[in-house]
Design a protein around this ligand. Sequence first.
Ligand code: PMV
Length: 309
Amino acid sequence: MVSASAPGKAILLGEHAVVYGQPAIAVPVNQVRATARVVPERRGSGLTVDARDIGRRVPFDAASPDDPLGAAVRHTLAHLNRPAPDVTIVVSSTIPIASGLGSGAAVSTAIVRALARFLGVELDPAAVSRLVYEVEKLHHGTPSGIDNTVIAYEQPVYFVRDRLLETFHPGAPFRLLVADSGAPSHTREVVAAVRAGWQADPQHFEHLFTQVGQRVEAARAALDAGDVPALGPLMDQNHALLVQMGVSSPPLERLVEAARRAGAAGAKLSGAGRGGNIIALVDAHSAAPVQAALLAAGARQVLHTLGGV
Ligand code: PMV
């Protein structure tokens, strides 16, 4: 039996603006992962994807072209120029769905890697990322590509759509809490809402995107220099710009406020928004009180993650 796994991810800064050509920074969240196991079956039984967590069993032949589980298999086989082997790919994931933690891209990454490995090929992160991007198009419509990139590389990435992809090592580790509002975040819909806003008032939205880009560049410089405290205010400013784009929500605001009041150095929504997660920058002392405040403010789950180690 062969298996592979992939982490969740959080966008540190730059979501939405990244769709319009601004830079963004994302980090892997290793505490939650998707796993795919390839179990050989008897001859002639075909390929089935068995996603038990979500109660879905997808026979590959019958997989509609729009089914992301089937699409991950299809793109991998086409890339390797191989027929479907007789196997069951058992998929499981601890990454909350529709929460901005990249569960779709992580599941696809685990399937692509495990299936290629079963067929005797170790794909490099660039190849995995390209294949997963094809699947992401089904989830998102017009994905920037940041999710598949950070998850396939499993390192912090500085990313400019269609132009630049840099993995980098921050000069000092930084501690994040990732708090789930419990409300779903439907990336495709929120991205479409931002697009409608941009079409209605391009000047205003372009200005917001440019300001986000400036915060991302400042954050990258701070991370390179190991100046973690400088990151906090930049996260707060990025959040304020996301509020102006209309992608926050009352539960997300409650969490962001609670984190700041309890001593977080900065806090913002992360991912498409309107639901999903917020991230808060903490240190060894503030982590526990901020976590308690987030849970008291309604967070369904709080993950701790260390970036830049
Ligand atoms: O998958 P999410 O919810 O983390 O959102 C992706 C980030 C966006 O910038 C909103 C969209 C994109 O394609 O980059």
